[in-house]
Design a protein around this ligand. Structure first.
Ligand code: UTP
Length: 295
């Protein structure tokens, strides 16, 4: 059984919900507290034992490529000035050369198409896909939970969470045959169903562990919902042959692709920080009092 050593980060989307910021700054580089969104995804992958990082980027996202490189001039200056704190803060942003690759998706043809572009770099082994937009705050990082579950349940594995009725038609939705703890053995998967046609209340979120057979499916997959090549459709097509499990992770997900989700995540992560919590709590209490007096 091959271990999960590689992770694909599809970051070639247009980020239209964050315009005008994303006109020049990639969504994944927007700072959440004091680090870009992409850093959280890479930290989660590292915690799950990932050794190779494959980014599917688009033209205009060079800031993202530069972010993971070394910064010798900056490091030298900080070191000469004895600024050990800032030097330490830089460390997680550096991924060793040879462990990081960038593949261009020239046109945003869909998440499935983006994943297919990693085929040559992934080769014949299971791999993780992380959508940095879906930020998961968890005691045990979500991908680590999944890697452990995947070692006992082969086949594709997709993270799921409970979604309310009025949001279900924005998600891929799983059709569950049976449950074994946090693992859902699936018999089907539907992309963006109408609420009355949704097979369950479990929606797919942005963590996957995929077997290499997914590439053969994606290579012949036509456009689906929204005219895009959908990853969900290719996974659904592979249910009978490879098997697909849902995984109900233990954690709290924020949709950082939306402005409101990004704001909520910023507050939640800032409240986790001992150096920021007192100031933020005081500020929020003051605002809450002001709001209740105005109401
Ligand atoms: P989204 O559906 O959130 O699209 O993509 P988006 O372009 O990033 O954002 P909006 O909706 O315009 O605001 C989900 C994930 O799939 C990637 C995105 O970068 C994001 O991580 N993606 C999507 C690609 O890499 N390529 C694509 O063609 C489409």
């Amino acid at each position: 059984m091959k271990p999960v050593r590689k992770a694909v980060f599809p970051v070639a989307g247009m980020g239209t919900r964050f315009l005008p910021a994303t006109k020049t700054v990639p969504k994944e580089m927007l700072p959440l507290v004091d680090r870009p969104l992409i850093q959280y995804a890479v930290d989660e992958a590292r915690a799950a034992g990932i050794e190779e990082f494959i980014f599917i980027t688009s033209p205009g996202k060079t800031a993202l490529e530069n972010y993971f490189g070394a910064a010798p001039a900056l490091e030298r200056t900080l070191s000469e000035k004895g600024k050990t704190g800032p030097l330490e803060a830089l460390r997680p942003s550096h991924v060793a050369e040879g462990a990081v690759s960038f593949v261009r998706q020239e046109n945003p043809k869909g998440l499935g198409h983006a994943v297919l572009l990693a085929r040559r770099l992934v080769g014949d082994e299971p791999f993780a896909v992380i959508l940095p937009d879906d930020l998961i705050r968890a005691r045990t990082p979500a991908l680590k939970q999944m890697v452990e579950a995947h070692s006992k349940n082969r086949g594709h594995m997709i993270a799921t969470e409970s979604v309310c009725d009025d949001r279900i038609s924005s998600y891929g939705v799983v059709d569950i045959e049976r449950r074994e703890g946090a693992v859902q053995i699936l018999r089907g998967l539907v992309e963006k169903p109408r609420p009355e046609e949704a097979p369950s209340q479990s929606g797919v979120v942005g963590r996957y562990i995929l077997e290499p057979s997914i590439f053969e499916r994606l290579a012949v997959q036509g456009p689906g919902a929204g005219g895009e090549i959908q990853l969900t459709d290719a996974i659904a097509a592979d249910i009978a042959e490879t098997g697909v499990n849902g995984f109900e992770f233990d954690g709290e997900r924020f949709d950082c692709g939306s402005v409101s989700g990004f704001l909520n995540a910023t507050i939640a992560y800032a409240l986790d920080r001992p150096d920021l919590i007192d100031n933020l709590q005081g500020f929020l209490r003051g605002r809450a009092t002001g709001l209740s007096q105005a109401a």
